[in-house]
Design a protein around this ligand. Structure first.
Ligand SMILES: [Zn+2]
Ligand SMILES: [Zn+2]
Length: 255
């Protein structure tokens, strides 16, 4: 009996020391300031950024600076659908909305991740809200939903026009991230979301389950900051969700 108890005690000791190590790592890695030059990437016609002490507020009217079949017919940015080879669209059109997100200037990793809900989980550089990989409760994005996406990976819903997936590689797409290192937007926990590739053009290999890691970004001036990437993995077909994991920081409300 003694022989059994001793190894168990050793295992418990090992588990305890592992946890201690994690805590130590987090303590030194947390709270690095978000590089402010990232906010220059946001569409100034739609998005207003304000700095107040240790908080940044991102406000958007939700009107993207790119073409879409979801613009009203009389809008110069209205085009016919160019992705997915279907003319299936969800009801509704792009219209002015109001999204406000306030985050810390130096967000910290949380002790546990937070599952995202339906609705906006972040604000993209175009001003359009970012949604997760679900189209309803317990209903993941599936083929019939993907058919409704424009080349930007967006469609319209009761709460307005929103992105779910990475944009498509079509000539019409001149600004949105496609298999590159471009900034996609900011998520509600205050961490930035980038495209599939890292600053040096490679696909990051050390991502956590949410697509996050510490590293240099095109905006961080050589400093390693925690940021998310679009995970370079097709959910199905050529569909890549923008963000399908848990938020690794503390989410703030987008209202
Ligand atoms: Zn949707
Ligand atoms: Zn990275």
């Amino acid at each position: 009996m003694k022989n059994l108890i001793l190894p168990l005690f050793t295992i418990l000791l090992l588990i305890t020391s592992c946890n201690d190590d994690d805590n130590t790592d987090n303590a030194t890695d947390e709270g690095i300031a978000t590089p402010l030059s990232a906010f220059d990437e946001f569409n100034q016609d739609a998005v207003t950024i304000s700095f107040n002490g240790n908080e940044i507020t991102i406000e958007s009217n939700g009107l993207p600076n790119h073409t879409s079949p979801y613009w009203p017919d009389d809008n110069p940015l209205h085009i016919d659908k160019v992705a997915n080879n279907t003319d299936v669209l969800t009801p509704g059109l792009i219209g002015e909305r109001s999204y406000t997100l306030t985050v810390s200037t130096a967000p910290e990793l949380a002790a546990t991740g937070t599952t995202t809900g339906l609705g906006a989980i972040g604000i993209s550089v175009t001003g359009v809200p970012i949604f997760n990989d679900q189209e309803g409760n317990n209903r993941p994005i599936e083929e019939v939903i993907v058919e409704t996406f424009d080349y930007a990976g967006a469609h319209n819903g009761p709460s307005g026009y929103h992105y779910h997936i990475e944009s498509f590689d079509v000539p019409e797409n001149t600004t949105l991230s496609f298999d590159d290192e471009k900034l996609v937007g900011i998520l509600s926990d205050g961490f930035l979301l980038y495209g599939r590739r890292d600053f040096d053009g490679s696909y990051p290999t050390d991502l956590d389950a949410s697509g996050g890691h510490f590293g240099v970004t095109p905006h961080s001036d050589g400093v390693e900051v925690y940021h998310y990437h679009i995970i370079n993995e097709f959910a199905f077909g050529n569909v890549i969700p923008l963000f399908a994991g848990q938020l690794q920081g503390t989410p703030n409300a987008i209202f």
